[in-house]
Write a protein that binds this ligand. Sequence first.
Ligand code: HEC
Ligand code: HEC
Ligand code: HEC
Length: 139
Amino acid sequence: MRRIIVPVFVLTALFCLLAASAALAAPEAPKDPVEMKYPDDGNKYAPIMFMHTDKHLGVAGGCATCHHKWDGKAEITGCRVEGCHSDTSREMKREPTSYDSAFHSKDAKMSCVGCHTANLKDNPDFKGPKKCNDCHSKK
Ligand code: HEC
Ligand code: HEC
Ligand code: HEC
């Protein structure tokens, strides 16, 4: 009997320790709205203030769904960093790595429009913004 109980106990203890350290390491999302805007002066609209609401934080996959290059350890960055969606030239906006694709791509479920569109398909009561002017307002 002892020969079984001891390893089970050790494994349980180890598991609890791992779970506790994972919970401690879970990063917190900014409480304040995060401003998103093109870095040039050519903007048509006012900046978008993205909020980490409960609905957003509750998406399947959590942080890593939107922060899809995040390795689970490093500091979380915004979209427009080197190697991600850093291309802000408006001519290249159809490229998947453009800044524009990060929020307008209809095919990518981690973009604003992509995720909202997919949600709307499954759930007619989806209340998130759908049309241009639901997200954008004149500056
Ligand atoms: C779900 C939200 C969302 C929807 C819907 C949406 N956009 Fe955007 N859009 C954004 C975000 C986020 C940005 C990046 C922040 C910024 O620069 O405004 C952006 C940026 C832009 C920009 C560049 C910035 C500027 O002010 O010139 C244009 C142009 C634009 N969107 C046009 C559109 C058009 C046209 C539609 C509808 C076909 C649309 N968007 C739908 C979220 C959205
Ligand atoms: C529904 C999508 C979504 C989810 C889920 C999400 N975020 Fe975000 N987060 C964003 C967007 C969009 C931005 C603004 C990015 C930008 O400005 O380029 C952002 C910005 C941030 C920033 C600021 C980065 C910077 O340097 O500007 C941090 C930190 C962050 N998120 C942490 C988290 C953490 C931690 C979680 C999970 C608990 C999380 N986010 C979940 C979409 C999301
Ligand atoms: C992975 C999925 C996902 C992504 C990506 C996502 N959203 Fe949402 N969004 C949601 C869900 C779910 C809701 C809640 C809709 C409801 O209440 O029915 C929502 C709601 C919203 C709302 C309404 C207010 C609120 O928070 O409830 C705004 C505004 C919004 N999203 C903006 C954005 C913008 C801007 C981006 C991109 C920068 C974005 N979302 C990216 C899933 C997403």
